[in-house]
Design a protein around this ligand. Structure first.
Ligand SMILES: [Zn+2]
Length: 142
């Protein structure tokens, strides 16, 4: 069975991009921008169709991260619906959320980029990549 990282790497190579919005377009996954109160994004499987909603009020970096997470669900957990609630989803420890987070950081942080900072701590990498330390830790695990 392939690891989440292998799956993320596969899509990056296949489509020549690590931008989750571009990959979604290649995969015919519909992306809808809307404003929500508490939700940063969510993923739905409706009528055999994959659909991701992204909160349009998110800053660029958050938008990429939430989109990469939802894309992870669309690819790994096709038939499950998911809500991404800011500051909660990252600490949720369910297998599914962990896998989606893992997919997101594998997608957004390339091995080559990571290789440029061999001696940095998790907190330093967190600043460099503008990604939560918990996610950096996840990325560093093999
Ligand atoms: Zn999720």
């Amino acid at each position: 069975m392939k690891s989440v990282k292998q799956i993320a790497d596969h899509y990056k190579r296949k489509f020549g991009t690590s931008n989750p919005f571009e990959i979604a377009e290649f995969l015919n996954i519909e992306v809808i921008f809307d404003s929500f109160d508490k939700c940063s994004g969510c993923y739905f499987f409706i009528k055999n169709h994959r659909c991701i909603f992204i909160n349009k009020n998110l800053e660029y970096r958050d938008r990429m991260l939430v989109m990469a997470h939802e894309l992870g669900h669309a690819i790994l957990h096709r038939k499950l619906n998911c809500y991404f609630i800011r500051n909660k989803t990252f600490i949720l420890n369910s297998k599914i959320e962990r896998e989606a987070n893992r997919f997101a950081v594998d997608l957004l942080i390339d091995d080559a980029d990571l290789g440029e900072y061999p001696d940095k701590t998790v907190d330093q990498l967190s600043c460099i990549f503008e990604i939560e330390p918990e996610l950096i830790e996840l990325r560093l695990k093999e």
